[in-house]
Design a protein around this ligand. Structure first.
Ligand code: ZN
Length: 134
């Protein structure tokens, strides 16, 4: 049975897309698993996880601009904590991604990166990673 690995992510802004591909790749390498599944999970209700382009930083800028239009920061929400937009964006992104490990490496496209999505920062967050051989 493999353990669950946990690492921290520090977000510097309210909303941010933070590339965590390197951290996940390192955990896969250190696990020694050659073939299997890697689950990346975020245990938060105002953050998420996604996979998207990591080549052109303008993709991130455009993504943030559009998601903030889809779910405005203030829109007459009832939730007293004042971070309903973050909760909604979090569920839109989802809380986990599943990746395939083949020959000891993550099977990802050339332009893909794994992103921690912060919607209610700045905060110190956690990411859990489970690597399953098979
Ligand atoms: Zn809340």
């Amino acid at each position: 049975m493999t353990e669950v690995y946990t690492f921290g992510v520090k977000s510097g802004q309210n909303t941010a897309m933070i590339d965590i591909t390197g951290e996940v790749r390192n955990l896969v390498r250190e696990s020694g698993v050659k073939d299997g599944i890697c689950v990346v999970y975020v245990p938060h209700t105002t953050a998420g996880i996604t996979i998207n382009e990591n080549a052109d930083p303008d993709v991130i800028k455009d993504f943030m601009m559009e998601i903030n239009k889809l779910v405005p920061m203030w829109d007459g929400y009832q939730h007293r904590e004042g971070n309903s937009a973050a909760h909604i964006k979090s569920s839109m992104m989802g809380f986990s991604q599943t990746l395939i490990i083949s020959e000891g490496r993550l099977m990802m496209g050339t332009w893909q990166g794994i992103y921690f999505m912060e919607f209610d920062g700045p905060r110190i967050r956690k990411v859990h990673v489970k690597i399953i051989e098979g």
